[in-house]
Design a protein around this ligand. Sequence first.
Ligand code: AMP
Length: 494
Amino acid sequence: MSDRKQFRAIKGTRDILPPDSALWNWFEHTAREVFESYNFGEIRLPIFEETTLFARSIGEETDVVAKEMYTFQDRGTIQVGYPQTVEEVISSDEAVRAAWELKRLPQTPENELRVNLMHHACRSIAEEGAPALLRFVAELHALDLGDSITLRPEATASVCRAYIEHNMQALPANQKLYYIGPMFRRERPQKGRYRQFYQIGAEVLGQSDAPAIDAEVLEMLLVFFNRVGLTRTTLYVNSIGDKNCRPQYVELLREELRKVKDKLKEDSQRRIETNPLRVLDSKIPDEQPIIEKLPRISDHLCDDCRAHFAKLKEELNLRGIEYRENWRLVRGLDYYTRTTFEVTAEGLGSQNAVCGGGRYDGLVELLGGPPTKGIGFAIGTDRSILSIEEGGNAPRIGGLAAYIAWMGQASYPTAVNIAGKLRAAGLSVELPPEEMKFKKSLGLADKLGARYALIIGEDEVASRTFTLKRLADGDQKKLAEGELLEYLESERRR
Ligand code: AMP
């Protein structure tokens, strides 16, 4: 009659266990090394933000915002605090209204409810006095109205929010920032697609939109991919124009799409009105010949955007970066302008994009900051590691250097002491917590994948020389304590 539930990780989430986690750490560590060599610094961001930050930056019509965000109502307290006296009530009401009008309280339905509640309460408190005040505070508590909060589906919006919040435009030169961490999207899970997935991203924010910035960001990305053995990749680039030329192109695209509406499937039909660029993302086979005949943004760029794109390609050539142009690369998020890019990798099936990015001049301004240029990318860690593993390029990382096979209680103190010394020298050492039979102990050393077994019995303790057995071929050496460390360290370097 057991009703004990077997808990499992929620659909679309997973545990990364050793030894895979060592590969993940190495991957992230290498990103830090490469990015820091380009003078990028790490920004650590919150996992959740106000919902409106994502809605406004990513765009209400995108799949991410419309269908995929993990959003919840926080338990809250009113932002301006509870009034304590009747006099304070009057000024609190004014404070809330002023905050609302000055847009310091986000204009959400919840906040509107708060403002109205406060206003009604204030009137009755002014008439009735303290009893009404107490009732009002109790009501607010009961309502527990908090802000609408979302687990971040991506981090560019947060980076821009932080840029504005910390007044980073006042700092000298462009801000070059990178982040590492989990993102959350309620997508349909499949190979390479999760609901909690991990990204490593980099952003450059500042006053310049020089194509050399775009090229350097791409160079850094490819140097990193090269360093981690993610080599079977293709870089696609495109320019999607800016606020001067994109709206006209989108309108033209919409008109052309309306003409062929009947031949398109439901999703694309809807997108004609909501977000026609997204039709170009369609993978539906029947739609491909239709899409191929649509007008292309490259024929409709304004002079500035055309020059920017030409210079970018020149800069890529200068750096010896191979790329392909893909006019359909518009990306799912609304905020991109000009340069967009994507890197695909082999061995991943349909979810083969390992990195996406582009320019987002204007996003900081859209979020209430100063006019700012921006470019960045996000690498999907889950997929990158999958591709490295499938390509057989995953390095053997770490692993157990030595297993200490101690026998006899009298040798235990020496075993503890030597384990400590080897560990302090940076070696990974397993010290069995209980005495074991010699054969069993060596068998376990083998199963754990240790490179060496260090045998410490009572004879070894008496003579202070130890037997080091290489488990791969059974080769044995007798070494004094001082030689032992030296030998294991030189082996590690080989
Ligand atoms: P995006 O933020 O949509 O531009 O995505 C950038 C990269 O993140 C993609 O190229 C993928 O490698 C990765 N990515 C996006 N969504 C997911 C997901 N649901 N699961 C795993 N990786 C993802």
